[in-house]
Design a protein around this ligand. Structure first.
Ligand code: UGA
Ligand code: MN
Length: 243
């Protein structure tokens, strides 16, 4: 089966380096379709050119966060993007393949891809560098998932990270209302509830969830400052008729 690797991304200074780093991982993976969903109104030329250069089969979606959520704290990051990808798959009636939500800033071991490709319904595995415990993942007993370890369980039935599971699209197709709500912190839980997940169906991966094959790395981000030009630069620009 093809892996549909869904990557929410958004315009900021770190976007191109993050996507470049991720692309050089995905280039090593066969039978992968990269759905790059950008949090922006339109498909932008710089992303079109960047994505073409990698040579990875891909789809570029423009999936802006609805403006009513923009100023929420916390805002529902990556949700409009993932919803657009789900809609894209549904509209094309793609029911053969594996769905994985892979954020643009995480770090992926190539072994992850062979592990998730065999997903029958829903597979799960630990994610490194999550919050205080530095790991979030299923607790496995006699080959079955029985509980979860996570720094923030809250009242979630499925206290897992977005990067900690994969779904078979044929299984998901049985749930036409599968979706991800705009509810920060609860996206994974409510998505997994929307596909009728049961504990005894979960397929543990990575040697019964003892291996970490994906990390929730975060790039230190910096806001672009107001750029000040030197006097000589401004003079030169005005000589050129640019100002
Ligand atoms: C954590 C989880 O790992 C995410 O899966 C989850 O979506 C997120 O929290 C959340 O619920 O807010 P975290 O590292 O805190 O992730 O968040 P980011 O990596 O900043 O954002 C998650 C994804 O959404 C990224 O792929 C990012 O590129 C994208 N994003 C972020 C947007 O599309 N728009 C934004 O305004 C911010
Ligand atoms: Mn992140």
């Amino acid at each position: 089966p093809v892996i549909y690797f869904v990557t929410p991304t958004y315009p900021r200074r770190e976007q191109i380096p993050e996507l470049t780093r991720l692309a050089y991982t995905l280039m090593h993976v066969a039978r992968l379709h990269w759905i790059v969903a950008n949090d922006h109104d339109t498909c932008t030329q710089y992303l079109i050119e960047l994505l073409l250069r990698f040579g990875i089969p891909y789809t570029h979606l423009a999936s802006p966060m609805p403006s009513k959520f923009r100023n929420n704290k916390p805002a529902p990051r990556g949700v409009a993007n993932r919803r657009a990808a789900l809609q894209w798959l549904r509209q094309r009636n793609i029911t053969n393949g594996i769905l994985y939500f892979g954020d643009d800033d995480n770090t992926y071991d190539l072994k992850l891809f062979s592990e998730i490709r065999e997903t029958q319904r829903v597979s799960m595995f630990p994610v490194g560098l999550i919050a205080d415990y530095a790991v979030s993942g299923p607790v496995v007993c006699k080959g079955k998932v029985v509980a979860f370890l996570d720094s923030w369980v809250a009242d979630r039935r499925w206290p897992v990270d977005m990067a900690g599971f994969a779904v078979n699209l044929a299984y998901m197709a049985q749930y036409p209302n599968a979706n991800m709500p705009y509810k920060p912190g609860y996206e994974e839980d409510l998505f997994l509830r929307s596909i009728g997940l049961r504990m005894d169906q979960i397929e543990p991966r990575g040697s019964n969830c003892t291996e970490i094959l994906v990390w929730h790395t975060q790039t230190k981000n910096k806001k672009a400052p107001t750029v000040r030009f030197s006097r000589e630069y401004l003079d030169e620009r005005s000589n050129l008729g640019a100002l």
